[in-house]
Design a protein around this ligand. Structure first.
Ligand SMILES: [Fe+2]
Length: 316
C-alpha cells in the first residue's frame, strides 16, 4: 500500500478530539491490504521465529478454571495452522511483525503517519504491530496494556468491552504491578463493571482505540478471527509508564506509597532515574524473564490436532 492510499477512510474531525479521551471506532481498509490476505499470512507464519510468536491452547479444568498451554507450530504449513485455529480453542499471536518483515513496518508507519496528519502533535516515538489469529468464541480476559493501543479487525467479528482507566475498573496499584512485571496480566473483573462499559461489535474494516491503560476484554463471535494490534509509545505514555514502575519499586522495596503523577519537574526526574536503575538491576531480570514452557506441538495426524510434549522439552 502506498502512502497516497488511505487506510483510515472513516476518520472524522471529532476523532482527533476524542483520541485518548474515549474509545473510538474508525472504519479502515487494512482488511483489504494484500499483506493480510490469508495466503500472505500463511507464508508469514511459516517463516516466523519460534521465540517471536505465542501459540496458545485454552481449555477448562475440572474445577472450571481456564488453563493456558503454550505450543509449537512444529513445521505445520501456515494454512493448516489457520485451519487448526478455526477448529477451536487455539490462538496465535505474531509479535512485533515489522521487526521480521519490513513491509509490515512500512504499512504501520504509513498508517500512523495518516493519524499524525489528522492530529498535529501526535508523534509516537515507537510503534509495534502484532497479528492475532484466534478461534471461534475465544475470549481475551479483562486486562489493560501499558502502551497506547488500537485493534484493527481483518477477518471475523468480535465484541469488545472497554472500561475507564480509573477505579474501580483499574486500581492504581494494579497498573503499577503491571509496569513492574513488564507485561499485562489479568485484572480483577466484576460483572457489574459491564454496566459502565463501552461495547463495540468489531467487523472487518473496523478499528477501535481507547484511552491509555483502559481495561478491556474481548469475546469472539462463532467464527475465525484475525486482528491486527498496534501499540504506540508517545513521550507522555513513556513517562507515565516510568512513574508507574518507580511507584511499584518504591512500594515493594522501600514500603513507600508515592502518588504524584507529575510527568515533569524534580519528582518525575527522580522517579525516571530510579526506574532506570531498577531496570538495570538483577531483580528486574528475575521479575521480567518469566516465560511459559512449551507443552504441545501441532500435528494434524494426532487426535485433536496436537501432541503433548514432556515437560523436559521446555523451551524447545
Ligand atoms: Fe489488550
Amino acid at each position: 500500500m502506498t502512502s497516497d492510499e488511505r487506510t483510515l477512510v472513516g476518520w472524522q474531525a471529532d476523532h482527533a478530539e476524542q483520541w485518548n479521551r474515549a474509545a473510538i471506532h474508525v472504519p479502515h481498509t487494512l482488511h483489504r491490504a494484500p499483506l493480510f490476505a490469508l495466503d500472505a499470512l500463511a507464508e508469514l507464519i511459516e517463516r516466523y521465529p519460534k521465540d517471536a510468536y505465542a501459540l496458545v491452547h485454552t481449555n477448562h479444568t475440572s474445577d472450571g478454571q481456564r488453563r493456558w498451554r503454550e505450543g509449537d507450530r512444529a513445521g505445520m504449513p501456515g494454512r493448516q495452522v489457520i485451519d487448526a485455529i478455526a477448529g477451536g480453542s487455539l490462538w496465535l499471536n505474531l509479535r512485533d511483525v515489522g521487526r521480521y518483515d519490513r513491509r509490515y513496518a512500512d504499512l504501520l508507519d504509513a498508517t500512523y503517519a495518516e493519524i499524525g496528519a489528522r492530529m498535529p502533535g501526535f508523534a509516537p516515538r515507537s510503534l509495534k504491530m502484532g497479528i492475532l489469529i484466534s478461534s471461534p468464541r475465544a475470549q481475551v480476559h479483562y486486562h489493560c496494556d501499558l502502551p497506547g493501543q488500537a485493534l484493527w479487525q481483518i477477518v471475523g467479528r468480535k465484541r469488545v468491552y472497554v472500561y475507564a482507566p480509573q477505579p474501580p475498573f483499574l486500581e492504581r496499584q494494579a497498573l503499577e504491578d503491571i509496569a513492574y512485571a513488564g507485561f499485562e496480566f489479568k485484572l480483577d473483573y466484576r460483572p457489574e463493571f459491564d454496566a459502565s462499559a463501552q461495547v463495540f461489535d468489531l467487523a472487518p474494516g473496523g478499528m477501535l482505540t481507547w484511552p491509555l491503560n483502559s481495561p478491556h476484554r474481548v469475546d469472539n463471535e462463532d467464527c475465525l478471527n484475525i486482528s491486527v494490534t498496534t501499540e504506540h509509545w508517545t513521550d507522555d505514555n513513556r513517562r507515565s509508564q516510568q512513574i508507574h514502575l518507580a511507584h511499584a519499586v518504591l512500594r515493594r522495596h522501600l514500603g513507600w506509597s508515592a502518588r504524584s503523577q507529575a510527568r515533569s519537574g524534580p519528582s518525575y526526574w527522580a522517579k525516571a532515574a530510579l526506574q532506570a536503575a531498577w531496570r538495570r538491576s538483577p531483580w528486574a531480570a528475575q521479575v521480567q524473564q518469566a516465560s511459559r514452557p512449551v507443552e504441545f506441538r501441532l500435528d494434524p495426524r494426532a487426535p485433536g490436532g496436537m501432541v503433548d510434549l514432556p515437560t523436559a522439552d521446555h523451551g524447545q
